[in-house]
Write a protein that binds this ligand. Structure first.
Ligand SMILES: [Zn+2]
Length: 270
C-alpha cells in the first residue's frame, strides 16, 4: 500500500492537471453518486488534498469527493474524454476541456458537503498528517506524551493513522532507524532527548521521501530524477535484511511486529 509521500505525489499530479479548470463532465460508477453527474459540471476543482491515505478532491461549491484507494484503487491522468484500455474498472471520471482524472478499482468513494467532512468516519479518526507543513516537532512531542499513545510500543504506534496520518511500513522502519530506537520501546520509556529525536525523525523522514520524488532502489544508487540525486531518499534498513547497518555495520534483522515486516539494526536500535 502506498504511504504518505507516494499519495501526496499523486495528489500533486492530479492537482497540476485539473485545479482551476471548469469540469465539462463528471461520471461515477456508483449508483449513489449518479445524481452528481448533473450538478458538478461547470464547477472547478480547487484542491486535491491527501489526508493520510485518503484523497479529498475539493470543488468550488462546498462539496468534496472523498476517495480511499485501499489496496487496489489507482488514480490516473488522461486526456479529456480519453479512457485508456485497462482491465481495471473505472469508478470516477472527471473531465475538463483538456484533461481528465480517472479513478480505477477503488470502492470507497463518496461526495460530502465540506461542512460535514469532520464527521466522516475515517477522517475523524485520523491524527495530524506527517506531511502537513503546519505540523511541527513540538506538536509531535506533545502527542508522544499523550496518555492515549505513550504506553504503546513504537512498532504498533507508528503504523496507527490515529497517531500520525501518512505513516506506513517503510517509513516506520526508517524513522526508528533514524532516531536509533528499538521498535519495542514505548514513548513513556524515552527521555527528553530521545523523544525529541523521535519527533524530529517522524517529520524529517517522510518529508525527505516526499521531496526526493522516488525511492532509490538500493544503497548508493541514484534516484530516477537526476536533479534530486544528491538528496535521493534511500532505505537504510527497510528491505535490507542481513546487510550491514550504515551506522555501525551490524547485520540488519527482519522480524514481524504489529503484523508487518520490520527491519532494524540489532546494535544501534537495541
Ligand atoms: Zn547499527
Amino acid at each position: 500500500m502506498p504511504e504518505g509521500p507516494e499519495i501526496r505525489r499523486t495528489a500533486d499530479r492530479l492537482a497540476d492537471t485539473v485545479v482551476g479548470k471548469p469540469l465539462l463532465s463528471a461520471w461515477f460508477a456508483l449508483p449513489a453518486l449518479k445524481p452528481f453527474e448533473a450538478t458538478l459540471p461547470g464547477h472547478r476543482i480547487v484542491a486535491v488534498e491527501p489526508h493520510g491515505k485518503a484523497l479529498l478532491t475539493r470543488f468550488d461549491h462546498g462539496w468534496t469527493l472523498y476517495s480511499h484507494n485501499q489496496l487496489y484503487g489507482r488514480w490516473q491522468v488522461a486526456g479529456s474524454g480519453e479512457r485508456p484500455g485497462t482491465t481495471r474498472s473505472l469508478r470516477v471520471a472527471l473531465d475538463t476541456a483538456d484533461s481528465a482524472i480517472l479513478l480505477y478499482s477503488a470502492s470507497d468513494v463518496a461526495l460530502w458537503r465540506d461542512a460535514d467532512l469532520h464527521r466522516h468516519p475515517f477522517l475523524s479518526k485520523l491524527g495530524p498528517d506527517v506531511l502537513d507543513p503546519a505540523l511541527d516537532a513540538g506538536s509531535v512531542e506533545r502527542r508522544l506524551r499523550d496518555p492515549r499513545f505513550r504506553n504503546r510500543a513504537l512498532a504498533g504506534l507508528l503504523l496507527d493513522q490515529g497517531f500520525l496520518a501518512g505513516m506506513g511500513n517503510y517509513l516506520r522502519a526508517e524513522v526508528l532507524f533514524e532516531a536509533a530506537l528499538s521498535p519495542r520501546a514505548r514513548p513513556f520509556d524515552l527521555d527528553d532527548d530521545k523523544r525529541r529525536r523521535l519527533a524530529a525523525a517522524l517529520l524529517a523522514v517522510p518529508r525527505h521521501s516526499y521531496r526526493s520524488r522516488g525511492i532509490a532502489p538500493a544503497r548508493g544508487m541514484r534516484s530516477d530524477h537526476s536533479s534530486d540525486a544528491a538528496s535521493a531518499f534511500r532505505f537504510h534498513v527497510f528491505d535490507r535484511e542481513g546487510q550491514p547497518c550504515p551506522r555501525c555495520g551490524a547485520a540488519i534483522v527482519r522480524e514481524t511486529l504489529a503484523g508487518r515486516r520490520l527491519y532494524a539494526c540489532p546494535a544501534c536500535q537495541a
